[in-house]
Design a protein. Structure first.
Length: 448
């Protein structure tokens, strides 16, 4: 695939290095002469030393042949402008990195439609999602966000004590706007019908608005009540820590954040509704002891210092934190911590660079759909309803969907929901679908 990357900072360089090893044709645009020269000597790629918003630079990078455009600088403005120009120059897929504060405003303003971007993402938010997966799903099964974070996917194992065991899907009384898309039972993976009976040990793939989904997850797991919420302590109140806390608030966790910058603390207090903000330095053992972190369910280190993150996790583990997670910015450190961290009490290390690489890789596919998640026996795809397609202008219940297809999300402009049978599909809507491999071709034909 012909790929253009704008920005050779930490994220851009990591992506360029990774993708160039996979037989892709890579062009990188970087305006810093030092970074550009170093990259040219390091990887097999065409490097253009220029501004990514320059049409001349885009032409020099062979934008006419580009199949995937990645705007990965640290500037919202540069990324959105270069992405918009690339789309106007007929690049089929345009992916744009933005600051998490802009991504949080997606439900207020259609940035993708306005700038012609196919996908917006925040590296900070991707890393926070990876950390949240360990907290919100202790079974280590899938957790994903779709439809601009308004809908969540979870895979949950049905507990033998769940009230849903031996009940049919029809009788289960699911929360509104949630959906059971697939059940895995041993080696069998199938789309459930109204008369399908839940069995203990089933792995159930469910979708819904996060707060409503939690009700269903608690029933499936037969787990804790509100009085026994997970206790989470976060070290670092920057964008990583704030984004993680915001996610966990929607899951009713009891969250505390350590932050030593007073101004940042005040900002956190203003922006978070149900999180305790502690103005203290968590790298000091006495501060951790004073806040009684012994016995907390999770201690999560999210500062910008890898060394501080690792050391505070070690201290928290020694003091009695049950599970320690850490953010690691350097890719080589992340690999070392992931392989050896458990010996020191660190359950998992998350790399923003690796989270970004995995996000981008799902766009290296057919331009007619985006792969959101691979499941056992199925895929979660994002597709755009094309003007003149068979599905456009019809209610979901009027469309002859292929067997093995479940519609789990519907995005129109800034509005996202788990749709019902009476919802209409319009041209340029985005739909999120769980689909068996055998049904993918017929599904794409319906929407294209």
């Amino acid at each position: 695939m012909n790929i253009i990357i704008v920005g050779a900072g930490e994220i851009g360089r990591h992506l360029a290095t990774s993708l160039s090893k996979e037989s892709h044709s890579i062009s990188v645009i970087e305006n810093d002469p030092g970074l550009a020269a170093d990259l040219e000597q390091t990887i097999d790629a065409k490097v253009v030393c220029s501004d990514g918003t320059s049409v001349h630079a885009l032409v020099d990078a062979n934008v006419g042949d580009c199949e995937l455009f990645l705007a990965l600088t640290s500037s919202n403005t540069a990324n959105l402008v270069s992405s918009s120009i690339a789309k106007k120059m007929d690049v089929p897929q345009v992916v744009c990195r933005v600051h998490p504060s802009l991504q949080r405003e997606e439900w207020l303003f259609d940035f993708k439609g306005t700038f012609g971007v196919d996908h917006l993402f925040s590296s900070e938010r991707l890393a926070a999602i990876e950390l949240a997966k360990f907290i919100r799903n202790p079974d280590s099964l899938a957790v994903e966000e779709i439809a601009r974070g308004r809908i969540e996917l979870q895979q949950v194992m049905v507990d033998a004590k769940s009230d849903l065991v031996r009940r049919t899907l029809r009788d289960a009384k699911m929360p509104e706007h949630t959906r059971v898309a697939m059940i895995s039972r041993g080696s069998d993976h199938f789309v459930p019908q109204a008369e399908t009976v839940f069995e203990a040990g089933d792995v159930v793939t469910i979708f819904g608005e996060p707060r409503k989904l939690r009700i269903l997850v608690d029933r499936l797991r037969h787990q804790r009540g509100d009085g026994d919420a997970l206790r989470v302590v976060i070290f670092g109140g920057g964008e990583y820590g704030f984004t993680l806390a915001q996610m966990l608030e929607s899951w009713d966790c009891r969250v505390r954040i350590f932050e030593q910058d007073e101004a940042v603390c005040k900002s956190l207090v203003d922006r978070l509704s149900n999180t305790t903000v502690i103005h203290a330095d968590a790298t000091v053992v006495a501060e951790l002891q004073e806040e009684q972190i012994d016995g907390v369910d999770f201690f999560v280190a999210t500062s910008n210092s890898d060394e501080d993150n690792v050391m505070t996790c070690l201290q928290a583990h020694t003091l009695g934190a049950k599970t320690c997670l850490t953010l690691i910015h350097r890719a080589d450190y992340a690999a070392a911590i992931s392989s050896a961290g458990r010996h020191f009490g660190i359950a998992a290390a998350v790399s923003p660079r690796e989270a970004t690489r995995r996000e981008v890789e799902r766009f290296i596919t057919s331009e007619r759909f985006h792969l959101v998640k691979k499941l056992e026996g199925a895929e979660v795809l994002e597709l755009r309803v094309r003007k003149g397609s068979i599905a456009a202008g019809h209610m979901l219940k009027e469309i002859d969907w292929p067997e093995g297809v479940v519609i789990v999300g519907h995005l129109r402009g800034t509005h996202a929901e788990v749709p019902g049978p009476d919802d209409y599909l319009q041209a340029d809507d985005h739909v999120y679908v769980v689909v068996a491999p055998k049904a993918r071709k017929a599904l794409v034909k319906l929407l294209s």
